[in-house]
Design a protein around this ligand. Structure first.
Ligand SMILES: [Fe+2]
Ligand SMILES: [Fe+2]
Length: 323
């Protein structure tokens, strides 16, 4: 139909809805289309193999490797917890958010599987990862998760997703991964890209079903204590299995940082407490915070292009897998 032939009431409706659409687009932030809808979230099946990964795969350093292995051990069960927390609310969210949630489930499920494949390599290297996983999962999911009311589980998920988005941005921009085993670098880059793609999904669910600032802050408090506590504990366990300790690792990391600073890589190996936790909390506590406040679209596109070139992900739609 020619626009001039449009029914007057349809035209009025379109005009009336324009500010609403513009507000939605602004709220949806970078990565959103002009009608305010976000880009679809598509899980990918990466091509990765971890044969030949060295025991100290990160900067040749026992301390740096076990700090990284420590958080990696938390990912799969953590990501399944995110899925459970969000799934509970799936039938209460708008269709736009529900579509994003399905993509989020697909991506997180694949991250968990890929990281579990890396656990097999750690087992082959002689690490008893299963005893660490059993104790972590028992305390975190049999006790803490069960004791927490559903809205708090969701708020904790949202805060942890904010931390993972910061970790992801950091991994892709600080140059840290140049010191990692190439295949683990690819794993973490693929994971980081998808974390940035779905960084707002859990937040949007919380905004729709329980938009309380107090709940958001409580979720952040629990997320900081649990992520920080389990990460430190898992690192300590791995270091002990590797003949070291947290104290010794602290000294080793200080030496690595000095070396990196001398070589002009001042951001590499900076303490995780400031880089991730303090920054994450500071951003998150701002009442008007939204995960899309920071535009990661160029970073996502550049990293995906590199991963496509390396054959880790395939660019065309045939590589996309259903969630
Ligand atoms: Fe993930
Ligand atoms: Fe995530």
């Amino acid at each position: 139909m020619n626009p001039s032939e449009q029914r007057p009431d349809a035209h009025d409706e379109a005009l009336r809805d324009r500010p609403k659409r513009e507000r939605r687009a602004r709220r949806a932030g970078p990565g959103a289309s002009s009608d305010g809808a976000r880009s679809p979230i598509r899980p990918r099946a990466p091509r990765l193999g971890f044969d030949g990964v060295r025991r100290h795969w990160f900067a040749g350093s026992r301390a740096a490797t076990q700090v990284a292995n420590g958080v990696n051990l938390l990912f799969p069960a953590g990501e399944r917890f995110f899925i459970r927390s969000v799934r509970h609310y799936l039938d209460r969210v708008s269709p736009e958010v529900a579509a994003q949630v399905r993509g989020f489930f697909g991506q997180e499920g694949r991250h968990a599987q890929a990281h579990e494949r890396l656990f097999d390599t750690l087992r082959e290297q002689g690490f008893d990862v299963d005893s660490i996983l059993e104790r972590y999962e028992h305390v975190a999911y049999d006790y803490i998760e069960k004791a927490a009311p559903r809205p708090l589980r969701l708020a904790v998920t949202v805060a942890l997703e904010h931390f993972t988005a910061i970790l992801a941005e950091d991994a892709l921009t600080a140059g840290v991964l140049t010191h990692a085993d190439p295949e683990i670098r690819r794993l973490l880059e693929w994971h980081a890209v998808e974390e940035l793609e779905h960084k707002a999904v859990a937040f949007d669910v919380l905004q729709e079903v329980a938009p309380s600032y107090a709940l958001r802050v409580l979720g952040m408090a629990v997320a900081t204590m649990t992520l920080g506590g389990f990460w430190l504990w898992a690192t300590r366990e791995l270091l002990a299995q590797d003949g070291s300790s947290l104290l010794e690792a602290r000294r080793d990391l200080a030496e690595l940082r000095e070396l990196a600073a001398r070589e002009g890589e001042s951001r590499v190996m900076e303490p995780v407490a400031g880089r991730v936790f303090l920054r994450g909390i500071r951003e998150y506590l701002r009442p008007g915070f939204h995960p899309t406040d920071r535009d990661h679209s160029a970073l996502i596109a550049a990293t995906l292009a590199r991963l496509e070139e390396e054959g880790v992900v395939v660019g065309d739609k045939s590589a996309e897998v259903p969630s």
